[in-house]
Ligand binder design. Structure first.
Ligand code: 2IP
Ligand code: CA
Ligand code: CA
Length: 378
């Protein structure tokens, strides 16, 4: 299934192109923003935004993966529903059509007849991106498409994507907010057990091209199944530098008691804050923070599946925080998040929430320190 990995890397790059095209023209971007309503609303935000870019990206990924792996088509899920309402109150189902012209015509109905915007989007959807260097040669993945399902978050950290603040990233430093927090997340899980086995993360706004040709992205991938554990990033060696103490990354909206407990455990300079659930897990993957703790059920399967697979490939993982606090045995494998079963008592997006909160880690001894510190506090 190395061909699935290569396809996901290509389609994530195409998704990143769409995300960049949508930001390039302010009037186009304004057109794309629509308020979320009803059960699909992420309760965390007073106002959450659903963009046409999100819907279009998710449908494009579904289309491209389904074309090559038809066995997977019914198991490709994502954050967005593909029903979109235009300015006239008409409901349009967004799909990727056979030709660029047909897709442009369909998108024009969502964009209230704005053919310029529709053509720009359709071109990005149907264009094959420049081949990216994926260095996946020699990777073999012992899985078959009929065993697998996919979770897509077309754009994570939408609020940062919409706000659009530009930051220059420094190597080895966590940068709390800005466009670079927006990520395309594609995670693959085993239908039978719900374990995450493959993940692709694309960061569409990693740096500005020095030749002035706009934003350039960066991609990360990982595979973890059986004896195969490979990640595009190397496992960070524990040097004296990195041993200096545990660092955590949190959401700025995290509970006081969690902030205080972890500040006592790590020291104030080792507690950092950043936007985007996906970006915070990526910080752990990159070694910019050791652990990400979230005490609320405000993330979903599509937020954690892809980065979880990369962490597993690096010897870490993502556990359910509540389950870990309750478990006496410390049997970590029992508390790892899984991706195949909905909470049937919930409705809408909440069926797929990570209700018990989470802890993302690379090193299980650091996970244990955090769990021990938080026991009895929540
Ligand atoms: C959001 C996004 C938010 C995050 C929230 C996610 O996904 O990643 O940034 O909140 O949990 O569900 P926070 O930044 O406080 O961690 P989306 O942007 O896709 O709605
Ligand atoms: Ca998200
Ligand atoms: Ca999203």
């Amino acid at each position: 299934m190395a061909d699935l990995l290569r396809l996901l890397l290509q389609v994530a790059e195409k998704a990143a192109n769409v995300a960049r095209v949508c930001r390039q023209e302010a009037p186009l971007f304004q057109l794309l923003v629509q308020e979320k309503i009803g059960e699909d609303k992420n309760k965390k935000f007073v106002q959450d935004f659903k963009t046409l870019a999100d819907v279009v990206i998710q449908e494009m990924i579904r289309h491209d993966v389904g074309a090559q792996f038809p066995e997977m088509l019914d198991f490709i899920h994502g954050e967005e529903s593909n029903k979109f309402e235009n300015g006239l109150g008409e409901s349009v189902t967004v799909t990727v059509c056979g030709t660029e012209e047909q897709t442009a015509a369909l998108l024009a109905t969502v964009l209230d007849g704005n053919h310029t915007a529709a053509s720009l989007l359709a071109r990005a959807i149907h264009q094959n991106p420049a081949t990216i260097d994926t260095s996946t040669d020699g990777v073999t993945v012992p899985l078959s498409p009929s065993e697998l399902g996919i979770w897509i978050d077309p754009i994570d950290a939408t609020s940062q994507y919409i706000e659009g603040r530009e930051e220059v990233l420094e190597d080895g430093h966590l940068c709390p907010s800005g466009l670079h927090c927006a990520l395309v997340l594609i995670g693959v899980y085993l239908r039978s057990t719900g374990k995450p086995v493959m993940g692709v993360i694309n960061q569409p706004f990693n740096y500005r091209d020095p030749a002035g040709r706009g934003w350039r992205g960066k991609h990360f991938w990982g595979v973890s199944c059986g004896d195969v554990n490979i990640c595009s990033l190397n496992q960070r060696k524990f040097t004296s530098e990195t041993r200096r103490g545990l660092s955590v990354v949190l959401s700025s909206s995290e509970k006081r008691v969690v902030k205080d407990t972890l500040t006592s455990l790590c020291g104030p300079e080792k507690v950092m804050y950043a936007s985007g659930a996906g970006y915070k897990i990526l910080c752990v993957i990159q070694g910019l923070a050791d652990v990400y703790v979230l005490s609320e059920g405000s993330t979903f399967k599509w937020d954690s599946c892809a980065p979880h697979a990369l962490l597993r490939a690096l010897g870490g993982g993502v556990v359910d925080l509540n389950k870990s606090l309750q478990s006496s045995s410390g049997a970590q494998d029992q508390t790892e998040l899984t991706y195949h079963q909905p909470y049937t008592e919930c409705k809408g997006a909440d069926r797929w929430a990570n209700h018990g909160g989470l802890v993302a880690y690379r090193d299980s001894s650091q996970l244990h320190s955090v769990i021990a510190a938080l026991k009895g506090k929540l």
